[in-house]
Design a binder for this molecule. Structure first.
Ligand code: PMP
Length: 434
């Protein structure tokens, strides 16, 4: 088969013509030409187990999703200024998975765009100006999203927090200010948000929103202590703000026990933003909210979105929801995730380098430390381990402030045999590093 352009040529072209900040994985980047299930294939036909691509949620190039897109693309694609069944059918299907209060669905094209719209909705509804964000979080690449992302504004090239943005403590039970997954710590972290809200009030200002991933992704695959979100939501609402749950990474059954990760914290957000897995790789996203918040957006200004909610995207989105149901992928995420986490804990017992294993369903983090007592991050070794995994044809990435966390969020086509394969290579890699 024709292998196409050489890797060197592609790298050179990217550097010169696609913008130097466009990021690549690995010291020697891979050229990937095909995907199927939980596997990616390079130009020479080598298969790689994809452990990190939560976008291709129901499996790379799932035939049913591909067929839905192909059929609709051959029939009609246009904007939402005409009546069409697909957008209504899709919204009905998606809203049926949400709590009853969340009954308005606005379709957009990326997670960043969903969060942008969420911020606008929140401001219109609350008339507040201040935004509360969780330390380490990432919410997207647009101006407002960068301003809402401590991972970016406090990171390299960042400008620090804008005056209207208030960063609250990351509720990290392993490495955070309060350690241990306890009810007391949930309250301590929530109380610190209440303090921030009190400071905002003291300045004579009002919050618009608190935005938080239902499980922290970029901040380090963190499962917040039980009861954190419900207490924070109460504080934020009492201060006149709304609560946004960013489910861009963690939604659509990945956590196994529930369709939406916010359900694991027993809350109903005011606004939910969805992206990545929603179209199995097709660029689409959504904002789900209440009638009251959606109504407050009606202020005379027209809202129009050229691509959002088009018939092709809606056909694809609907097929993703169908496949999740038909293949029982939520239950699969639970069973496979529980099995996998148990195996990972066994490896943790064998190697001191693993400081923490945490996860829900197929959203898992493995944190590596040089010393379990001091929790000194094993940053370099984590990077080496990821390169070792690549040599063994398994793809994953590092995460967290110290890049010492193995980020695991495979397509839900990932199965127990894949987990076993990963565990075997993990043991080899850790043995080589120890
Ligand atoms: N929110 C979260 C939690 C994300 O992880 C991302 C993407 N990494 C976004 C929002 C932005 O989504 P997109 O890249 O589709 O704009």
């Amino acid at each position: 088969a024709d292998a196409g352009k050489s890797k060197q040529d592609i790298i050179a072209y990217r550097k010169k013509h696609l913008g130097k900040t466009l990021s690549l994985s690995y010291q020697q980047p891979l050229k990937i030409v095909r995907g199927q299930g939980a596997y990616l294939y390079d130009e020479q036909g080598n298969g790689y187990l994809d452990m990190v691509n939560n976008v291709c949620h129901v499996g790379h190039c799932h035939p049913k999703v591909v067929a839905a897109g192909q059929a609709q693309m051959a029939h009609l694609n246009t904007n939402t200024r005409f009546l069409h069944d697909n957008i209504v059918n899709y919204a009905e299907k998606l809203l049926a998975t949400m709590p009853e209060e969340l009954s308005v669905c606005m379709l957009v094209n990326s997670g960043s765009e969903a969060n942008e719209l969420a911020f606008r909705l929140a401001k219109n509804y609350t008339q507040g100006s201040e935004l509360l964000v969780v330390d380490g979080a990432y919410h997207g690449n647009t101006n407002a999203c960068i301003e809402a992302s401590p991972y970016k504004f406090d990171g390299p090239g960042g400008l620090g927090a804008q005056d209207y943005v208030h960063t609250v403590e990351l509720p990290d039970p392993y490495r955070g200010k309060y350690q241990g997954n306890t009810v007391e710590n949930a309250k301590r972290y929530a109380d610190s948000v209440a303090e921030t809200l009190a400071n905002i009030a003291k300045q004579g200002k009002k919050p618009s929103a608190f935005i938080c991933e239902s499980l922290q992704g970029v901040a380090g695959q963190i499962i917040m202590p039980d009861g954190y979100l419900s207490q924070v939501y109460r504080h934020v609402r009492a201060a006149g703000g709304v609560c946004i749950a960013d489910e861009v990474q963690v939604g659509f059954g990945r956590v196994g026990s529930h369709m939406w990760a916010f359900e694991t914290q027993n809350v109903v957000p005011d606004i939910v933003t969805l992206g990545k897995p929603i179209g199995n790789g097709h660029p689409m996203a959504a904002v789900i909210t209440t009638q009251a918040i959606a109504d407050a957006f009606v202020n005379g200004m027209e809202y129009f979105n050229t691509f959002g909610g088009n018939p092709v995207s809606c056909a694809i989105g609907a097929s993703v929801l169908d496949v999740i149901k038909e293949e029982d992928l939520q239950q699969h995420a639970l069973t496979t995730g529980n099995y996998f986490i148990e195996q990972l804990r066994q490896v943790q017992n064998e190697f001191d380098l693993i400081g923490d294993v945490r996860g829900l369903g197929l959203f898992i983090g493995v944190e590596l430390v040089e010393d379990r007592a001091t929790k000194q991050p094993a940053t370099e070794k984590t990077g080496q381990l990821v390169e070792f995994f690549k040599e063994q044809q398994i793809l994953l990435s590092t995460e967290g402030r110290f890049y010492n966390i193995l980020k695991i969020k495979p397509p839900l086509a990932f199965n127990q045999a894949d987990a076993d394969k990963f565990i075997q290579v993990l043991r080899q890699g850790l043995a080589a590093l120890s």
